[in-house]
Design a protein around this ligand. Sequence first.
Ligand code: C2E
Ligand code: MG
Ligand code: MG
Length: 288
Amino acid sequence: MRAKSAAWTAQRTRVPAFTWQPEVDRDRIDRVELLADVDKALSNDELFVEFQPKLEFATNRVVGAEALVRWMHPGMGPLAPSQFIAEVEGSALAVRFTAWVLHRSLVEWVSISPPAGTRLAVNLPPALAGDPGLVPMVEAALIASGAAPEMLEFEITERGLLTPSNVLFANMAALRTLGVNFVIDDFGTGQASLLYLRRLPVQAVKIDRAFVHHLESDVVNRSIVAACVGVAAALHIDVIAEGLENHSEVAAAIGLGCGFGQGFRISRPLSIGAFAAAFGPEGTLHWR
Ligand code: C2E
Ligand code: MG
Ligand code: MG
Protein backbone atom coordinates (compact mmCIF):
# COMPACT_ATOMS: atom_id res chain seq x y z
CA MET A 1 0.00 0.00 0.00
CA ARG A 2 2.87 2.34 0.87
CA ALA A 3 4.62 1.48 -2.41
CA LYS A 4 1.35 2.00 -4.27
CA SER A 5 0.89 5.48 -2.78
CA ALA A 6 4.45 6.41 -3.64
CA ALA A 7 4.11 5.19 -7.21
CA TRP A 8 0.85 7.04 -7.61
CA THR A 9 2.42 10.23 -6.30
CA ALA A 10 5.38 9.72 -8.60
CA GLN A 11 3.08 9.54 -11.61
CA ARG A 12 1.53 12.83 -10.67
CA THR A 13 4.65 14.71 -9.64
CA ARG A 14 7.30 13.03 -11.86
CA VAL A 15 9.63 12.13 -9.01
CA PRO A 16 11.30 8.69 -9.08
CA ALA A 17 8.92 5.94 -8.02
CA PHE A 18 9.13 4.18 -4.67
CA THR A 19 10.81 7.00 -2.78
CA TRP A 20 9.08 7.00 0.58
CA GLN A 21 7.20 10.23 1.09
CA PRO A 22 6.28 10.84 4.71
CA GLU A 23 3.40 13.24 3.88
CA VAL A 24 1.69 10.65 1.72
CA ASP A 25 2.00 8.09 4.47
CA ARG A 26 0.78 10.49 7.13
CA ASP A 27 -2.30 11.28 5.04
CA ARG A 28 -3.05 7.61 4.80
CA ILE A 29 -2.51 6.98 8.51
CA ASP A 30 -4.62 10.03 9.41
CA ARG A 31 -7.39 8.70 7.24
CA VAL A 32 -7.22 5.25 8.78
CA GLU A 33 -7.15 6.76 12.27
CA LEU A 34 -10.02 9.10 11.47
CA LEU A 35 -12.18 6.26 10.23
CA ALA A 36 -11.30 4.13 13.27
CA ASP A 37 -12.34 7.10 15.44
CA VAL A 38 -15.64 7.46 13.56
CA ASP A 39 -16.22 3.76 14.03
CA LYS A 40 -15.75 4.23 17.80
CA ALA A 41 -17.82 7.41 17.80
CA LEU A 42 -20.76 5.50 16.35
CA SER A 43 -20.58 2.98 19.20
CA ASN A 44 -19.83 5.53 21.95
CA ASP A 45 -22.57 8.06 21.19
CA GLU A 46 -20.12 10.85 20.34
CA LEU A 47 -22.11 11.93 17.29
CA PHE A 48 -25.25 14.02 17.51
CA VAL A 49 -27.66 15.70 15.13
CA GLU A 50 -28.86 19.29 14.83
CA PHE A 51 -31.91 20.43 12.91
CA GLN A 52 -32.01 23.50 10.69
CA PRO A 53 -35.51 24.74 9.79
CA LYS A 54 -36.64 25.10 6.18
CA LEU A 55 -39.17 27.88 5.73
CA GLU A 56 -41.91 28.45 3.15
CA PHE A 57 -41.81 32.18 2.44
CA ALA A 58 -45.42 32.54 1.31
CA THR A 59 -46.84 31.17 4.57
CA ASN A 60 -43.95 31.77 6.98
CA ARG A 61 -44.33 28.12 8.00
CA VAL A 62 -41.63 25.66 8.80
CA VAL A 63 -42.00 22.90 6.24
CA GLY A 64 -39.28 20.75 7.73
CA ALA A 65 -35.70 20.62 8.87
CA GLU A 66 -32.39 19.35 7.63
CA ALA A 67 -30.55 16.91 9.91
CA LEU A 68 -26.90 17.96 10.21
CA VAL A 69 -24.49 15.65 11.98
CA ARG A 70 -21.92 16.89 14.52
CA TRP A 71 -19.15 15.08 16.37
CA MET A 72 -17.96 15.72 19.92
CA HIS A 73 -14.53 14.14 19.53
CA PRO A 74 -13.08 13.07 22.91
CA GLY A 75 -9.62 14.45 22.11
CA MET A 76 -10.25 17.22 19.57
CA GLY A 77 -13.53 18.68 20.80
CA PRO A 78 -16.44 19.57 18.49
CA LEU A 79 -15.88 18.74 14.80
CA ALA A 80 -17.91 20.02 11.84
CA PRO A 81 -18.93 17.63 9.05
CA SER A 82 -16.40 19.24 6.72
CA GLN A 83 -13.66 17.75 8.91
CA PHE A 84 -14.70 14.14 8.43
CA ILE A 85 -17.68 13.65 6.11
CA ALA A 86 -15.74 13.26 2.84
CA GLU A 87 -13.60 10.50 4.36
CA VAL A 88 -16.64 8.73 5.76
CA GLU A 89 -18.60 8.99 2.51
CA GLY A 90 -15.69 7.46 0.59
CA SER A 91 -15.29 4.52 2.95
CA ALA A 92 -17.00 1.29 3.91
CA LEU A 93 -18.29 3.10 7.02
CA ALA A 94 -20.69 5.17 4.93
CA VAL A 95 -23.50 2.62 5.30
CA ARG A 96 -23.26 2.33 9.09
CA PHE A 97 -22.82 6.08 9.46
CA THR A 98 -25.85 6.93 7.32
CA ALA A 99 -27.97 4.29 9.03
CA TRP A 100 -27.04 5.90 12.36
CA VAL A 101 -27.89 9.45 11.23
CA LEU A 102 -31.13 8.29 9.66
CA HIS A 103 -32.26 6.34 12.69
CA ARG A 104 -31.19 8.94 15.28
CA SER A 105 -32.64 11.93 13.46
CA LEU A 106 -35.94 10.15 12.73
CA VAL A 107 -36.30 9.10 16.38
CA GLU A 108 -35.73 12.70 17.52
CA TRP A 109 -38.02 14.07 14.82
CA VAL A 110 -40.88 11.76 15.77
CA SER A 111 -40.39 12.63 19.46
CA ILE A 112 -41.57 16.22 18.92
CA SER A 113 -44.73 15.22 16.98
CA PRO A 114 -44.01 17.65 14.13
CA PRO A 115 -46.98 19.26 12.34
CA ALA A 116 -48.51 17.14 9.57
CA GLY A 117 -46.92 17.73 6.20
CA THR A 118 -43.49 18.65 7.53
CA ARG A 119 -40.45 16.61 6.54
CA LEU A 120 -37.08 15.68 7.95
CA ALA A 121 -34.33 16.02 5.33
CA VAL A 122 -31.34 13.68 5.60
CA ASN A 123 -28.20 14.00 3.48
CA LEU A 124 -27.56 10.87 1.44
CA PRO A 125 -23.97 10.10 0.37
CA PRO A 126 -23.86 9.68 -3.43
CA ALA A 127 -22.45 6.15 -3.24
CA LEU A 128 -25.30 5.02 -1.02
CA ALA A 129 -27.98 6.41 -3.28
CA GLY A 130 -27.02 3.72 -5.80
CA ASP A 131 -26.51 0.93 -3.24
CA PRO A 132 -28.84 -2.09 -3.40
CA GLY A 133 -29.06 -2.02 0.42
CA LEU A 134 -30.55 1.47 0.59
CA VAL A 135 -34.27 0.65 0.48
CA PRO A 136 -34.12 -2.03 3.23
CA MET A 137 -32.01 0.35 5.34
CA VAL A 138 -34.59 3.11 5.02
CA GLU A 139 -37.48 0.75 5.70
CA ALA A 140 -35.75 -0.51 8.85
CA ALA A 141 -35.17 3.06 10.11
CA LEU A 142 -38.80 4.00 9.42
CA ILE A 143 -40.10 0.97 11.29
CA ALA A 144 -37.70 1.37 14.23
CA SER A 145 -38.53 5.07 14.67
CA GLY A 146 -42.24 4.79 13.93
CA ALA A 147 -41.93 7.52 11.28
CA ALA A 148 -44.17 7.53 8.20
CA PRO A 149 -42.29 7.64 4.86
CA GLU A 150 -44.06 10.95 4.13
CA MET A 151 -42.08 12.49 7.00
CA LEU A 152 -38.76 11.89 5.25
CA GLU A 153 -36.82 13.40 2.39
CA PHE A 154 -33.31 12.81 1.13
CA GLU A 155 -30.89 15.43 -0.10
CA ILE A 156 -28.53 14.12 -2.78
CA THR A 157 -25.81 16.37 -4.13
CA GLU A 158 -25.87 17.06 -7.83
CA ARG A 159 -22.45 15.41 -8.10
CA GLY A 160 -24.05 12.16 -6.99
CA LEU A 161 -26.26 12.23 -10.07
CA LEU A 162 -23.59 12.75 -12.72
CA THR A 163 -23.89 9.19 -13.99
CA PRO A 164 -26.92 7.65 -12.32
CA SER A 165 -26.93 3.84 -12.30
CA ASN A 166 -29.93 1.59 -12.79
CA VAL A 167 -29.85 0.80 -9.07
CA LEU A 168 -30.07 4.51 -8.26
CA PHE A 169 -33.11 4.91 -10.52
CA ALA A 170 -34.70 1.83 -8.93
CA ASN A 171 -33.92 3.01 -5.36
CA MET A 172 -35.40 6.43 -5.99
CA ALA A 173 -38.49 4.99 -7.64
CA ALA A 174 -39.06 2.52 -4.78
CA LEU A 175 -38.66 5.17 -2.05
CA ARG A 176 -40.79 7.62 -4.00
CA THR A 177 -43.55 5.03 -4.18
CA LEU A 178 -43.40 4.75 -0.39
CA GLY A 179 -43.79 8.55 -0.12
CA VAL A 180 -40.19 9.71 0.47
CA ASN A 181 -39.18 12.99 -1.23
CA PHE A 182 -35.90 13.80 -2.99
CA VAL A 183 -34.10 17.13 -3.15
CA ILE A 184 -31.03 17.93 -5.24
CA ASP A 185 -28.55 19.56 -2.85
CA ASP A 186 -25.88 22.13 -3.78
CA PHE A 187 -27.73 22.68 -7.06
CA GLY A 188 -25.67 24.46 -9.67
CA THR A 189 -22.29 23.11 -8.58
CA GLY A 190 -22.26 19.60 -10.00
CA GLN A 191 -23.15 19.81 -13.71
CA ALA A 192 -25.72 17.03 -13.51
CA SER A 193 -27.51 16.68 -16.81
CA LEU A 194 -30.91 18.35 -17.02
CA LEU A 195 -32.07 15.21 -18.76
CA TYR A 196 -31.37 13.18 -15.62
CA LEU A 197 -33.11 15.80 -13.58
CA ARG A 198 -36.18 15.35 -15.75
CA ARG A 199 -36.07 11.57 -15.51
CA LEU A 200 -35.48 11.33 -11.77
CA PRO A 201 -38.33 11.61 -9.26
CA VAL A 202 -37.11 14.84 -7.67
CA GLN A 203 -39.42 17.27 -5.80
CA ALA A 204 -37.08 20.22 -5.25
CA VAL A 205 -33.68 21.72 -5.93
CA LYS A 206 -31.66 23.46 -3.26
CA ILE A 207 -29.55 26.27 -4.70
CA ASP A 208 -26.00 26.19 -3.40
CA ARG A 209 -24.95 28.80 -0.88
CA ALA A 210 -22.24 30.07 -3.26
CA PHE A 211 -24.96 31.46 -5.57
CA VAL A 212 -27.00 32.99 -2.75
CA HIS A 213 -24.11 35.04 -1.40
CA HIS A 214 -24.76 38.81 -1.88
CA LEU A 215 -27.76 37.90 -3.98
CA GLU A 216 -29.16 41.42 -3.67
CA SER A 217 -26.20 42.94 -5.57
CA ASP A 218 -24.17 40.23 -7.29
CA VAL A 219 -25.47 40.29 -10.87
CA VAL A 220 -23.91 36.96 -11.83
CA ASN A 221 -25.46 35.22 -8.84
CA ARG A 222 -28.80 36.84 -9.58
CA SER A 223 -28.72 35.49 -13.14
CA ILE A 224 -27.74 32.00 -11.94
CA VAL A 225 -30.50 31.89 -9.31
CA ALA A 226 -33.04 33.19 -11.86
CA ALA A 227 -31.94 30.43 -14.27
CA CYS A 228 -32.30 27.77 -11.53
CA VAL A 229 -35.78 29.07 -10.72
CA GLY A 230 -36.63 28.83 -14.44
CA VAL A 231 -35.40 25.23 -14.70
CA ALA A 232 -37.34 24.26 -11.57
CA ALA A 233 -40.50 25.92 -12.88
CA ALA A 234 -40.19 23.99 -16.17
CA LEU A 235 -39.90 20.76 -14.18
CA HIS A 236 -42.72 21.77 -11.76
CA ILE A 237 -40.50 21.36 -8.73
CA ASP A 238 -39.76 23.58 -5.73
CA VAL A 239 -36.75 25.82 -5.17
CA ILE A 240 -35.00 26.20 -1.83
CA ALA A 241 -32.34 28.88 -1.34
CA GLU A 242 -29.76 27.75 1.21
CA GLY A 243 -27.21 29.72 3.20
CA LEU A 244 -29.35 32.85 3.58
CA GLU A 245 -27.36 34.95 6.03
CA ASN A 246 -29.06 38.34 6.08
CA HIS A 247 -32.26 40.15 5.29
CA SER A 248 -31.05 41.40 1.90
CA GLU A 249 -30.35 37.87 0.71
CA VAL A 250 -33.72 36.66 1.97
CA ALA A 251 -35.54 39.51 0.19
CA ALA A 252 -33.59 38.89 -3.02
CA ALA A 253 -34.29 35.14 -2.92
CA ILE A 254 -38.03 35.82 -2.51
CA GLY A 255 -37.92 38.43 -5.28
CA LEU A 256 -36.27 35.99 -7.69
CA GLY A 257 -38.94 33.36 -7.08
CA CYS A 258 -37.42 30.98 -4.53
CA GLY A 259 -40.37 29.56 -2.62
CA PHE A 260 -38.39 28.19 0.30
CA GLY A 261 -35.35 29.21 2.31
CA GLN A 262 -32.85 27.96 4.82
CA GLY A 263 -29.96 29.76 6.47
CA PHE A 264 -28.58 31.47 9.53
CA ARG A 265 -30.87 34.52 9.01
CA ILE A 266 -33.87 32.26 9.46
CA SER A 267 -32.35 29.94 12.05
CA ARG A 268 -29.07 28.30 12.92
CA PRO A 269 -29.11 24.50 13.21
CA LEU A 270 -30.73 23.68 16.58
CA SER A 271 -31.02 20.81 19.03
CA ILE A 272 -34.35 19.06 18.65
CA GLY A 273 -35.64 20.70 21.86
CA ALA A 274 -34.74 24.21 20.68
CA PHE A 275 -36.20 23.41 17.27
CA ALA A 276 -39.54 22.38 18.76
CA ALA A 277 -39.57 25.49 20.98
CA ALA A 278 -39.04 27.78 17.96
CA PHE A 279 -42.37 26.78 16.40
CA GLY A 280 -45.32 29.14 16.76
CA PRO A 281 -48.90 27.81 17.21
CA GLU A 282 -49.54 26.87 13.55
CA GLY A 283 -46.03 25.76 12.71
CA THR A 284 -44.95 29.32 11.95
CA LEU A 285 -41.48 30.44 12.92
CA HIS A 286 -40.71 33.75 14.62
CA TRP A 287 -37.60 34.77 12.79
CA ARG A 288 -38.07 38.23 11.32
P1 C2E B 1 -25.29 20.80 3.17
O1 C2E B 1 -26.12 19.59 3.11
O2 C2E B 1 -25.29 21.71 1.99
O3 C2E B 1 -25.75 21.54 4.50
C1 C2E B 1 -25.78 22.92 4.66
C2 C2E B 1 -24.57 23.41 5.40
O4 C2E B 1 -24.60 24.85 5.40
C3 C2E B 1 -24.53 23.03 6.88
O5 C2E B 1 -23.15 22.96 7.24
C4 C2E B 1 -25.17 24.23 7.56
O6 C2E B 1 -24.83 24.34 8.93
C5 C2E B 1 -24.57 25.32 6.73
N1 C2E B 1 -25.38 26.54 6.75
C6 C2E B 1 -26.70 26.66 6.91
N2 C2E B 1 -27.10 27.94 6.84
C7 C2E B 1 -25.98 28.67 6.61
C8 C2E B 1 -25.73 30.08 6.44
O7 C2E B 1 -26.61 30.92 6.46
N3 C2E B 1 -24.44 30.45 6.21
C9 C2E B 1 -23.42 29.55 6.18
N4 C2E B 1 -22.19 30.02 5.97
N5 C2E B 1 -23.62 28.21 6.33
C10 C2E B 1 -24.88 27.79 6.55
P2 C2E B 1 -22.59 21.74 8.03
O8 C2E B 1 -23.54 21.31 9.09
O9 C2E B 1 -21.19 22.11 8.42
O10 C2E B 1 -22.57 20.60 6.94
C11 C2E B 1 -21.72 20.68 5.82
C12 C2E B 1 -22.03 19.57 4.85
O11 C2E B 1 -21.73 18.30 5.43
C13 C2E B 1 -23.50 19.51 4.46
O12 C2E B 1 -23.76 20.43 3.45
C14 C2E B 1 -23.61 18.07 4.00
O13 C2E B 1 -23.16 17.94 2.67
C15 C2E B 1 -22.65 17.37 4.91
N6 C2E B 1 -23.40 16.72 5.99
C16 C2E B 1 -23.88 17.25 7.14
N7 C2E B 1 -24.51 16.31 7.86
C17 C2E B 1 -24.45 15.16 7.14
C18 C2E B 1 -24.91 13.82 7.33
O14 C2E B 1 -25.57 13.49 8.33
N8 C2E B 1 -24.65 12.91 6.34
C19 C2E B 1 -23.94 13.25 5.24
N9 C2E B 1 -23.72 12.30 4.33
N10 C2E B 1 -23.51 14.48 5.01
C20 C2E B 1 -23.75 15.44 5.95
MG1 MG C 1 -27.93 19.16 2.60
MG1 MG D 1 -26.15 22.20 0.35
